[in-house]
Write a protein that binds this ligand. Structure first.
Ligand code: PEP
Ligand code: MN
Length: 340
């Protein structure tokens, strides 16, 4: 349920509404929008009952009370109309500038990550992204350098100033990863790991939530709702391709979800044409298409020697191809009123 306040409602009217809801054993979240203030009710809505629903609607300063039947509320435009902009050490995600998170699939060694960090910075990337804890299909495959990888990312950040994005796979690792990372990535396989999502809801790090490769839009936004429900409002969505019958690419990058999410949610959404296609040759065209259809950012896998990348070599582009990609995207960004 949400309570929409009148434009002229006073602070004490809002507080009275909040107190009434909280006295029923429920939590509230307030959105002080430019156009209107909305109080979202969090918890077991059945505690409200019909009587209280209409009692709250009749309170001073209240415009309307609405039951939200979707599996999400805080992520929706019903709760907040204005686009959310997330500030990560000065990098603004969701604003006019398209943010690019770039780096190797896995952090492999110091030399590799330092070279990547320096070159992507020169090309205009906003953050360095690399995996230290890797979700691999086979347990025999390289699982990442773990904390050593986080330390190397941190060195790269100290050298270049680029904030760090890295994947979290286990709810028990929030504290460890938070020491090093600026954004915690939830991979496609963990999109519905609710224990992990709840834990991330309690921390104050921005979360990059990738779409489950099987997930509908409602399931994707429902996963984001878990994080916001815990009090963490800094969620960045990421389309990374879904499984279809199409077999010429690793996944099918579902670009139509980008404008669809823009209609439905205030959260920023970025696109990952690397995992979304699985093929080097498709990364640039799909990056262009992503920017054209309104993505707020891109996630691109790049490596000094892509053929030798330990993971995801087939979709990893060279550092010179990355530099060209950043150049090529400028015109597309301009055409849609953005910059890169
Ligand atoms: C990754 O970003 O390297 C990754 C494993 O992505 P996904 O979870 O989308 O497969
Ligand atoms: Mn990868």
């Amino acid at each position: 349920m949400i309570v929409i306040m009148k434009a002229k409602a006073e602070e004490e009217d809002v507080n009275r509404v909040i107190d009434t809801i909280q006295s029923l054993g429920l939590r509230t979240q307030l959105n002080l929008g430019a156009e209107r203030m909305v109080v979202a009710v969090i918890g077991d809505i059945s505690k409200i009952g019909e009587d209280n629903f209409f009692r709250i609607r009749a309170m001073k300063g209240v415009e309307n009370t609405v039951f939200v039947s979707k599996p999400y509320k805080l992520v929706s435009k019903d709760f907040k109309k204005e686009q959310t902009i997330i500030d990560v050490e000065g990098v603004k995600i969701g604003g006019k500038k398209i943010v690019v998170f770039a780096g190797p699939c896995s952090v492999e060694n110091r030399e590799q990550i330092m070279e990547v960090a320096e070159k992507i910075k020169k090309s205009g990337a906003s953050m360095i992204r690399g995996g230290a804890f890797k979700p691999r299909t086979s347990p025999k495959d390289f699982q990442g350098l773990g904390e050593e990888g986080l330390k190397l990312l941190y060195e790269a950040k100290e050298e270049t100033g680029l904030p760090i994005v890295t994947e979290i796979m286990d709810a028990r690792d929030v504290e460890l990863l938070s020491e090093y990372a600026d954004v915690l990535q939830v991979g496609t396989r963990n999109m519905q790991n609710y224990t992990l999502l709840k834990e991330l809801g309690k921390c104050d790090k921005p979360v990059l939530l990738k779409r489950g490769m099987w997930a509908t839009m409602a399931e994707f936004l429902g996963a984001a709702e878990y994080i916001m429900n815990g009090g963490n409002e800094k969620v960045i969505l990421c389309e990374r391709g879904i499984r279809t019958f199409s077999d010429y690419s690793r996944n099918t990058l579902d670009l139509s979800i980008i404008p669809a999410i823009k209609d439905e949610s205030h959260l920023p959404i970025i696109s990952d044409p690397s995992h979304g296609t699985g093929r080097r040759s498709l990364v640039l065209p799909m990056a262009k298409a992503s920017v054209a259809c309104g993505a707020d950012g891109l996630l691109i896998e790049t490596h000094p020697d892509p053929d030798r990348a330990i993971s995801d070599a087939d979709q990893t582009i060279s550092l010179s191809a990355f530099s060209k990609l950043m150049e090529d995207l400028k015109q597309i960004a301009k055409a849609v009123g953005r910059e890169i």
